[in-house]
Design a binder for this molecule. Structure first.
Ligand code: HEC
Length: 159
């Protein structure tokens, strides 16, 4: 557990804290779309939290199931009307969509690692996923997480 957390901290990107302006695209979304995004994020967070007890107790099947759900939870793919999909693509930059896809790719890799019952790979992909939450939030959610908006901020490094 301690090891997992340490790996997690070490792998947080340290270089991408300076992207305040990009949040504009997200705050310009319609209330409906924004609420869907928010729901998806909260679901992601509870999925990530539920993975920890499954990982540390070796419940690989549960890990695979949750990772699979996360992988398939694309806001960009599901639930959206055509108009909303268009809105999303016109307001959010291609890079946002790329980061979203990368995140879901990592969830798929975590699913594979869990199906193969490989603890090291499972921890690796879990930490890559967390890294990808931080990376996208640093670019597009600094209005929500102002800690990422300070270019000069250097995260504590005392582990
Ligand atoms: C591709 C970009 C992207 C990725 C990847 C991403 N997020 Fe987010 N997240 C956002 C944006 C943008 C917001 C702000 C939404 C808003 O303000 O309406 C956000 C907001 C949130 C919130 C606050 C939701 C609320 O309304 O209170 C949580 C919690 C969250 N994300 C969790 C996560 C977790 C956990 C991960 C990784 C497992 C993750 N996010 C990955 C873009 C992303």
């Amino acid at each position: 557990m301690k090891k997992i957390i340490c790996i997690l901290l070490m792998s947080l990107p340290m270089s991408s804290y300076a992207n305040e302006e990009k949040s504009a695209g997200v705050t310009a979304l319609s209330p409906e779309l924004r609420s869907l995004l928010s729901q998806e994020m909260l679901a992601l967070q509870s999925g990530m939290m539920s993975l920890i007890p499954a990982i540390i107790s070796g419940k690989w099947e549960a890990v695979a199931t949750t990772a699979g759900k996360i992988k398939n939870s694309y806001i960009l793919k599901q639930k959206l009307t055509k108009a909303q999909a268009k809105e999303l693509h016109s307001l959010l930059p291609a890079d946002f969509i790329k980061q979203d896809q990368q995140f879901h790719y990592l969830a798929g890799m975590l699913e594979h690692a869990a199906k193969a019952a490989k603890p090291e790979l499972i921890s690796f992909y879990y930490s890559r996923m967390t890294e990808s939450c931080v990376s996208c939030h640093s670019s597009y959610a600094t209005h929500k997480f102002p800690a990422f908006s300070k270019a000069e901020k250097t995260p504590d490094h005392d582990h």
